[in-house]
Design a protein around this ligand. Structure first.
Ligand code: MTE
Length: 312
């Protein structure tokens, strides 16, 4: 995010709409099911596994989904390089198993969760969310996961827990980008506890009905669709409940540019990029950016009384 501007994106980097329609038709034909639940096949282009028994979840947008190809080849995942094309090229070295997520801090039931146990904690849902990056582009992504509150409820946060900090994997042996000091490793992000408990917040394990490709944050990541993309930490290994507001890697790298809240807000300019408009990947005409990325009805009440210019 510190490196490339949206205007630098070449039209040739963007897959024509027809290609993703092909994939949609392909999934539809093979699965014979509604697309979001179209689980009839394993991808032909990456080693992703079909996720069985998912069910349609609430809050899905009816907007056209971004192509699988664009979702999986236009990524920000600095542990695998800073160019959008790097993660798809270099993330093959990430090992998805064994994988544990440590849950600790101010909780009654801390523990180390094996990913496969985590997958069984709650029913997996298909949720098609709009996602907006602070750099000025957006996508519509059919995630698979369950609400993070399913996990939080089970570990029983103490009354003193006010925030949740997410820490992601930083392993030099698996992640070539960690050798470069572009960010403070490991990548960390944070949410207020009520944001983490919000029913829109997902613990995501898949997209397009299949397990997450490495470049999209395999095997488990957070998704908060009303915030800029960087709040959605990838490949998480630790969830810590704390009293004080945690500092994220982006706040540490550039505190004037990246605040803790990072709610999508067209009225608060990023020092280098206007937030008024966005370009949906796969389209050429820009569209107006909506407050809270269009999820205001669900989330605005969490910020009543908060000056969103000061707490950007
Ligand atoms: N998580 C980790 N661990 N490392 C990262 O560099 N980049 C963030 C976020 N999560 C990032 C991360 C940013 S800037 C964005 S826009 C989204 O992941 C991109 O997610 P996507 O590539 O799946 O669309």
């Amino acid at each position: 995010m510190l490196i490339r501007r949206p205007a630098d994106t070449l039209p040739s980097e963007i897959t024509p709409q027809a290609i993703y329609r092909d994939r949609r038709e392909f999934l539809r034909a093979a699965g014979g099911l509604a697309l979001a639940g179209g689980l009839g096949l394993t991808s032909d282009d990456v080693a992703a596994a079909k996720l069985a028994n998912t069910r349609p979840g609430p809050y899905s947008t009816g907007e056209e989904m971004t192509s699988y190809k664009n979702i999986t080849t236009y990524n920000n995942f600095y542990e695998f390089g800073t160019d959008k094309a790097d993660p798809a090229r270099t993330a093959g070295s990430l090992r998805q198993r064994p994988w544990t997520v440590q849950v600790d801090g101010l909780v009654r039931r801390p523990g180390s969760y094996d990913l496969d146990a985590l997958l069984k904690l709650a029913p997996l849902e298909d949720r098609i969310y709009r996602m907006r990056c602070v750099e000025g582009w957006s996508m519509v992504i059919p995630w698979v996961g369950y609400p993070l509150h399913e996990l939080i409820r089970r570990v029983e946060p103490l009354g003193s827990a006010k925030f949740v900090e997410f820490t992601t994997l930083a392993d030099r042996a698996q992640m070539p980008g960690v050798h470069a000091p572009v960010l403070h490793w490991p990548y960390t992000e944070g949410l207020r506890l009520d944001e983490a408990l919000h029913p829109l917040t997902l613990l995501a394990v898949g997209l397009y009905g299949e397990t997450l490709p490495n470049q999209n944050g395999a095997p488990v990541r957070i998704v908060t669709p009303w915030k800029y993309g960087f709040k959605s930490a990838k490949s998480i290994v630790r969830i810590r409940f704390v009293e004080a507001q945690p500092e994220s890697s982006w706040m540490r790298a550039a505190p004037r540019e990246y605040g803790f809240y990072s709610n999508v807000n067209p009225d608060v300019e990023h020092p280098r990029w206007s937030q008024a408009k966005e370009r949906r990947i796969g389209e050429f005409t820009k569209r107006k950016t909506l407050m809270f990325n269009g999820y205001g009805e669900q989330v605005a009440q969490m910020y009543s009384g908060l000056d969103l210019r000061k707490f950007f």
